[in-house]
Design a binder for this molecule. Sequence first.
Ligand code: NCD
Length: 297
Amino acid sequence: MLISIKDINKNILFHLFNRAKTFKQQGFEKTLQNKIITTMFFEPSTRTKMSFETAILRMGAEILNFSTENSSLKKGETLEDTIRMASSYADLIIMRHPEEKASLRAKKVSHCPIINAGDGKNEHPTQTLLDLFTIYQHHGSLDNFTITLAGDLKYSRTIHSLIIALLDFTNAKISLASPKSLSLSTEYQQLIGDRLINIAPSLQEGLKSDYFYMTRVQKERFSDPTTPVEDEWLLDLAMCQQHAHPHTKILHPLPRVNEIATDIDDSDFQLYFEQAKNGIFIRAALLEYVLGEDHAY
Ligand code: NCD
């Protein structure tokens, strides 16, 4: 079961890293034959759904198709009843939903484990696993680095899960950089506490970090999606060359819309494509872990 990144401890994290590293270097192992996994996405997704489904197939399991368009949800069935049924067919449910805590609701009625693939603006724990795996592989450890969290810190669920994990599993020093109306909630700022080194008043001033984690403005989560953001931030190569360290790496959960210029793509600053690719390996490791016989949920 993975509802929140808080469900992971350091032992599990490093077990997942080891398995992901093996899959990346030596190929996948078909340890999930005879397992049926359903991906229930009530919100759009490219990378999360495709990387989970790739991992499912590479590990030898099968995908049970579910589409919100053609399901009885259209007839008014509740989320709870839909999950009850799906969980009596499949061995595992991977679920994304626009409502916060929807995966927690699902967990309460499910007969099989649930993996939260994003619930509203709350959390996105599997994205955090791949974010940390990417930093771990690039940096060589999870210690002694600085990271700037940038963009939409108010509505990005990737930011919320990442903050919890940075505090639990690393000694990273954290900076924040966001337009004022999208700043991090006081709840999360208090959580960061003395690990916060800087609130940058501009994008440029946040760039002097080992890792710069950019996020998209989550317009779909605004109460009025047409509300303009006072200052839409666009990161480009010239800005990185002028203000970042030469070794700074740019991370982004993707999709990008207009916050990272494409001229960064072929530069040494770019790490976001490698980050996205790592999603397959860490998610394969997670599927194996959650479906493992030692873990009765
Ligand atoms: C993120 C998400 O869905 O929260 N995307 C992803 O899973 N890689 C980020 C986003 O949509 O901005």
